[in-house]
Ligand binder design. Structure first.
Ligand SMILES: [Zn+2]
Length: 372
């Protein structure tokens, strides 16, 4: 545990703390060594984390289903010649009581779907198939605002928002800006929709936006971060416990500052990120997607990475093994792990050959009660 209070910790809820179980793995110089150290550290982390307790409530909510290149989502493993598969993005709502008894509300992956459509990658994709793109392959379920309204959570009750990484995210409408924004608020700064919310982000993730590499550029909206309200951003470095059974584990590779929401619930430990697009990518030996099981066996790989950026492939692989090693098995089907893909592979008759063998669809834990 860290012994000094950093400014970031002061902005985090009472009871939050750094986690040092994976410190040796983080410091490892070589990927092979790091992989071993992650596996060695995971059991002790699991034991410790389970003993921190559970949050009061976890719920997940569908935002949008959209096409995604098969070669990215399942990398080289799937045999399907169909260029796209379908993924569903979901919002995760987490509530817990902090060490001083105050209710805390965290939104994980509150994608502003309308704004995110401006991501260079999505714009280029739409340009290639303007009509079909919207009509046949994109399904809007509900917005973040609509889901929260239905749940009875007022915008001012949201304390924290965080994303596994900042690909495609435009957060200006959520936490506000200090200057007018030509595209969405030309005459005055953007008012934050969540007036009390802070965005928790890994320092490395937000720093990388200042000067993107060509492998990173298609996926980010760096100009939307230039004028954000600085006091609404909490930078962290590494693994952090936010509350009982609620942690952010650093899982870099897909991006420099990727992190995974890790939850202890009534069904055991879960982890969520976009490192893989299906639970079966964490246990490819159980996959019935044509090609996947055989490919993993042929190359001796224990995970199938979501490979849209391949910024740092071995590191992403290791981060997925970290996720895989800390979660519990699904009670519905123990052949699969409680890894909840923040963009989950979704059955769609338009893309035969990439139908998921198993889907989580949701995490349901506890009950939502009025905040204290
Ligand atoms: Zn991504």
């Amino acid at each position: 545990m860290t012994s000094t209070i950093t400014p970031a910790q002061a902005a985090l809820p009472p009871g939050s703390t750094g986690i040092d179980h994976f410190a040796a793995a983080d410091a490892a110089e070589h990927a092979g060594v790091q992989l071993r150290l992650i596996k060695e550290a995971a059991p002790r982390f699991r034991e410790w984390f389970a003993a921190t307790g559970t949050p009061a409530y976890v719920g997940t909510f569908d935002l949008v289903s959209l096409p995604y290149p098969t070669k990215f989502g399942l990398w080289r493993a799937a045999l399907s010649p169909v260029p796209f598969l379908t993924i569903t993005n979901r919002l995760v709502v987490v509530r817990w009581d902090d060490a001083e008894g105050r209710t805390r509300t965290l939104l994980f992956e509150p994608s502003d779907v309308e704004r995110d459509a401006e991501t260079p990658y999505f714009k280029a994709l739409r340009a290639t198939m303007p009509q079909q793109f919207e009509r046949f392959s994109v399904k809007y379920h509900a917005t973040v605002e609509e889901h929260l309204r239905r749940l009875g959570i007022r915008p001012e009750e949201v304390d924290y928002i965080t994303f596994d990484h900042l690909h495609t995210q435009d957060v200006r409408r959520w936490i506000g800006t200090t200057t007018p924004q030509a595209d969405i608020s030309p005459s005055r700064p953007v008012e934050p929709y969540f007036p009390n919310a802070r965005m928790i982000v890994q320092k490395r993730e937000i720093e990388a936006l200042a000067e993107l590499h060509p492998l990173q550029r298609p996926w980010f909206l760096p100009e939307t971060y230039a004028d954000l309200r600085r006091d609404a951003i909490v930078e962290i470095s590494g693994d952090v416990l936010l509350g009982p059974g609620v942690a952010l584990l650093s899982t870099p590779g897909h991006t420099a500052g990727n992190h995974s929401l890790t939850l202890n619930t009534s069904t055991g430990i879960w982890c969520s990120s976009e490192n893989a697009i299906a639970a079966e990518c964490m246990t490819p030996e159980e996959s019935r997607i044509p090609g996947v099981r055989r490919w993993a066996a042929r190359w001796g790989q224990e995970v199938i990475i979501n490979a849209n950026t391949i910024e740092n492939t071995a590191q992403q692989y290791n981060s997925m093994v970290k996720e895989k090693s800390v979660v519990d098995r699904s009670r519905l089907n123990p052949r699969f792990l409680q890894f909840f893909p923040s963009s989950e592979l979704t059955r769609n008759r338009l893309n035969p050959g990439t139908q998921p063998t198993f889907s989580h669809f949701a995490i349901n834990h506890g009950t939502l009660t009025p905040s204290r």
